[in-house]
Design a binder for this molecule. Structure first.
Ligand SMILES: Nc1ncnc2c1ncn2[C@@H]1O[C@H](COP(=O)(O)OP(=O)(O)OP(=O)(O)O)[C@@H](O)[C@H]1O
Ligand SMILES: [Mg+2]
Length: 377
């Protein structure tokens, strides 16, 4: 039997809830050829949302072609071009022979070497003459546009974990190259998504950055309690069990509506339930979840400096004026300039985030663990 709740994977139809407005907006952008930038913290549902929108759009309009590029383990400009070229070619041709013909026709100048795996499931990969590409990446960056013209369709290139380009050498120069090519294209649009909100914001909303005003920026929110409640109740029902409304509300509250954790805690509670899940079972499941995560949390905490840990303690203790003289002394935070540095480091590590004027934890279970098991307050 399929699992009642899904986490750590892209969620399909049965496990996908809410996001109607975001879906609509993405579909409209795909249809109109508008570029989209989708931003949210880790594990809030970016990849799932794009996957769902692509599925629906491709079903509705057969002249749209999609290609997915995941920059998860792409660390250099060189790797980027190889992955970009390969995925674009794969989306264009489903047959290897066709793919190879197209590669030589459109990027032959760059002497592509196609390597075909000989094991089942072993896919084709591509090597480019890096010296040539570095001199002139035009053929690569214009590849989707030229292919779509050749076969008369429209391309939508989806690039996940886009924040990784910040780690490339000469990243600004690289961004300029991307932007100058992509903005001229009329048959190709881009959906760029990733976490690290401050970095993504910097790239896409700073006036002096190449990607300024590149497209429609969409900030994904958490899923609301009103959407989670019927979803959890229904998933229990559909899988032959039940959950009380209070227990479902408890799951939502403990996870602060965090999409990944709501599904994970629901699944843990579901596994512990024979027939009806109540608040007691949820509490046990929650404790189990914290214990399960504690090794990871310990490792994260070990990687922090003392002042960063003191800062988190101040935050958990509800201190609002983190730079006030009292707080600086009480939590041994040093100067207020130091507090600024600590804050920036914790934001860059994706541990906290600024929301309105407050700093909040991105991981509600980590906050719980720090409070109850680490600081014991
Ligand atoms: N619309 C949704 N309905 C229900 N659960 C969801 C939804 N979107 C995401 N989730 C839950 O959150 C988990 C993470 O989703 P997903 O991988 O799409 O997020 P992400 O933002 O791409 O994460 P990452 O930043 O790690 O790439 C899913 O496995 C699922 O448990
Ligand atoms: Mg993702």
């Amino acid at each position: 039997m399929a699992s009642a709740f899904v986490y750590g994977k892209i969620v399909g139809e049965n496990n996908f809830t809410n996001r109607e407005k975001d879906l609509e907006r993405l579909l409209m952008n795909f249809e109109n050829g508008t570029n989209t930038i989708l931003i949210s913290p880790r594990r809030w549902g970016k990849s799932s949302l794009v996957a769902r929108a692509v599925e629906q759009a491709a079903h509705k309009n057969k002249r749209l072609k999609f290609c997915f590029i995941d920059l998860y383990n792409v660390r250099s400009e060189e790797q980027f071009y190889e992955q970009f070229a390969l995925e674009v070619l794969k989306a264009d041709s489903s047959k290897l022979e066709d793919l190879s013909n197209q590669a030589f026709k459109f990027i032959g100048r760059l002497l592509p070497k196609l390597i075909v795996g000989n094991m089942p499931g072993n896919e084709v990969s591509l090597e480019l003459d890096w010296k040539e590409v570095k001199k002139n990446p035009d053929d690569i960056l214009n590849l989707p546009e030229r292919l779509s013209l050749d076969k008369n369709y429209r391309f939508i290139v989806c690039i996940d974990e886009f924040q990784n380009i910040a780690g490339f050498e000469d990243q600004l120069d690289f961004q300029k190259k991307l932007r100058s090519h992509w903005q001229k294209q009329t048959r190709t649009s881009y959906c760029l998504y990733g976490s690290k909100r401050h970095m993504m914001m910097d790239v896409f909303t700073s006036y002096n950055m190449p990607f300024y005003k590149f497209g429609d920026i969409l900030f994904l929110e958490k899923i609301s309690g009103e959407d989670w409640l019927p979803f959890i109740i229904k998933r229990f029902k559909d899988t032959g069990k039940e959950i009380t409304e209070d227990a479902a509300l408890e799951i939502i509250a403990l996870c602060e509506r965090h999409p990944y954790y709501v599904q994970q805690l629901s699944q843990q509670a579901w596994l512990r339930t024979k027939k009806i899940c109540n608040q007691e079972i949820v509490a046990e499941a929650h404790e189990g979840l914290i214990l399960q995560m504690s090794l990871l949390f310990q490792t994260i905490t070990d990687s922090l400096s003392n002042t960063q840990i003191y800062f988190l303690k101040a935050l958990i203790s509800g201190e609002n004026q983190l730079s006030s003289a009292d707080t600086l002394i009480k939590y041994r935070l040093g100067s207020s300039a130091n507090v600024k540095r600590i804050r920036e480091a914790l934001i860059s590590k994706e541990i906290i985030e600024q929301q309105n004027k407050e700093y909040v934890f991105l991981d509600p279970i980590y906050r719980f663990w720090l409070k109850g098991f680490y600081f014991k307050i």
